[in-house]
Design a protein around this ligand. Sequence first.
Ligand SMILES: [Zn+2]
Length: 835
Amino acid sequence: MCSHHREESDRENTPQLPVDAQDDVLPRDIPHRTTFYDSVVERQMSQADAKLFYQRSQLDDSRSSVAGEPAPSASYNDPVAALATGSGLEHDEDTELPGSFGKSPRAGVDSVRIAAEASRGISNNFLDSQPQVTAELSSISKSIEDIIALRQKYLALSLQRPEDDPKNSPDWEIYPYGDESGDDFDMEHCMPLPPNDDSMTYKLSDGGVYEIFQNDDSQALAFSAPTIRQFYMDLDSILLASSDGPSKSFAFRRLQYLEGKFNLYALLNEYQETADSKKVPHRDFYNVRKVDTHVHHSASMNQKHLLRFIKSRMKKNPDEVVLFRDGKHLTLAEVFASINLTAYDLSIDTLDMHAHTDSFHRFDKFNLKYNPIGESRLREIFLKTDNLIKGRYLAELTKEVISDLEASKYQMAEWRLSIYGRSLDEWDKLAAWVVDNKLFSQNVRWLIQVPRLYDVYKDNGLMESFEQIVTNVFQPLFEVTKDPSSHPKLHIFLQRVVGIDTVDDESKIERRLYRKFPVPREWSTKQNPPYNYWIYYLFSNIASLNFLRKKRGFNTLILRPHCAEAGDPEHLAAATLCCHSISHGVLLRKVPLLQYVFYLEQIGVAMSPLSNNALFLSYDRNPFPQYFKRGLNVSLSTDDPLQFAFTKEPLMEEYAVAAQIYKLSPTDMCELAKNSVLQSGYEAAVKRHWLGPCFDKPGKEGNTMAKTNVPDRREEFRYHTLLTEREVLSRYAAFNTNAEQRNAKSDLTAQTPSGNLPSSSATEPASSITSPTSTSEQGLPPRSTSNSVADAHISGSDPMIFPGIWSRDPSRRNLTKMDSWGVQSTELPTSPDTE
Ligand SMILES: [Zn+2]
């Protein structure tokens, strides 16, 4: 992927043209130097030039250090030494950690030096000798910061940040807690339920989103989520930035740099990390807490377990009536007779639920694997919560899985249960199933998955429009939040629900019938709405719901959808905008800019390489190890143990295979386990118990090695690497703003900035450098001239022309007026390993 991607980026940035052909080409096609590539130098640099170039750069270095920048240490240009001294370990000014290399005596200049070191990862100097290069970096940084600002706005608005959730406050009561098992659960303990809240009312708007109103004389709107128009505009701006060539190159390079930095860190510190781990008594990988952050409940048991369970029910009560089909009630024995099987015949092979060889790229086939022996009636009896026996078998099976988890003590799971949105009573049935069967455990939290199956219901005549799904999924939640006694069991169940997920085959094609999407009430075609449309209606209604729940002091819900398992990488833009975290994310490898944003924002990604291996991406090509090295917030999860796992402990199997194939060290495994706890929806009190008192603080400060078994040096390395990236970014972004402000005041004082380096540090950019961004925005000089500065492609402010794909009239800057609101996935960098 690497080399291919680089080639593609370069091609976009600098069309390869012979120099003498420049008279015949459009001004915009004349090769200009970009951040990472200088076509002129590439072609003309002879040996002698190279020597001069080297000498000049030496001169620049000495000049900048004379001018006040701290003198670089001798190891400055040596990446290995620079890593050891410059970023990884030098922050341990106290000599707590033995073995730190090259400790810096100058604590005060650390931050400056880090920034200088990091900016070297981008170009030779903070301010390049050619203004458009610096300006380009600046506008790239700006557009990345804009994406982050948008995300933060959406998350804050929808109360999805950890600090927004009342269950993370110190006085939140968790019941049952600790070693109390589900059998001890007593509904009386939860009584009396909180009273009805009359101060607010809710109403479904014409746009398909619940709105909250003050219930006083004013009847004022208390809360309304961003409109779908706003959502698509924001989504557009993210898509635009993420498909911009120079930005892609930039993000790609930064990610490569991060990966290299980690490799060097590991090389230098592996021994010491092992030594640190050995010093911690009792704790090892097996007894650090790990949460299975993505697992579907009805596939949470392994096959052997399911088989044993089916056989035992066949032996114990063959005469129990379990199914109503074709107008008559059937006993278990009759069901087996109807499919011509006895208990003895059953084996893993006849069960045929493993998805390994025949389901690759066949999500349809994989879905059929949910049916034991290919028989949907066995699935109906054993794996459904809502059936003739009220899901009793599945509840019994669940209890067995829970007791396995509790016996292992250190393994937890976040199980997905389905709410389909077919009828209004689904929530009540599901809550009753959980509460009546006392399926509570410290080792288990729940998420609700909403399968995106509107087209199926529509086909079956179950509903008229998409609005019914919105109503069926959300109305009971608003009712129970306003008045818990309206659905008592749902109120109790919801306290153990951490978020909403959405699932379906992402690889299905999404056709766009409309330029402007209709609101849910008018969405009555047979076609399933696209992914982003689903996400918007889940997000906006969760935002309203959370507003009401937080006001009442109830726990809030977060959006953690399946995303980027397959299909259009565009789904990632929606996730970046409005999701707390995602499951899968393998397609982030094709969208470097968003991957970089995921890194900067530490958006959680629950990955399941074994599941991907069976369905969409072979194990050795999974980007998981790459993400991990780069410092993305990844965890390992099992997805569907019933289909993918062979052993009794599927989560350990997932870790074990990853460790073997990707050669993860014990420290890596413990870091992944810690990530999984942090990503999970467990209450802060539980996380504190598992990870240590300051678990929510970054770096060494938040790490309690006696609990996590992750060495402090690893935490410090991760944290300071992240800080450095953020700092470099904000520096460049600030440069753009400063320059624009200056230009607004003064005349355009374009000078030849070559060699005119900033006097001292990068915090004070040279005023003589005119930002071409503002130049072109003021309409001077016009684009038609061949002025090199005006025609330089400045990402973020000037549209990149993708030949043959789409172009945009420069005068029509307003995104809302664009002909299409999306970009084609073909614009995104594709790699040779595209499946
Ligand atoms: Zn899944």
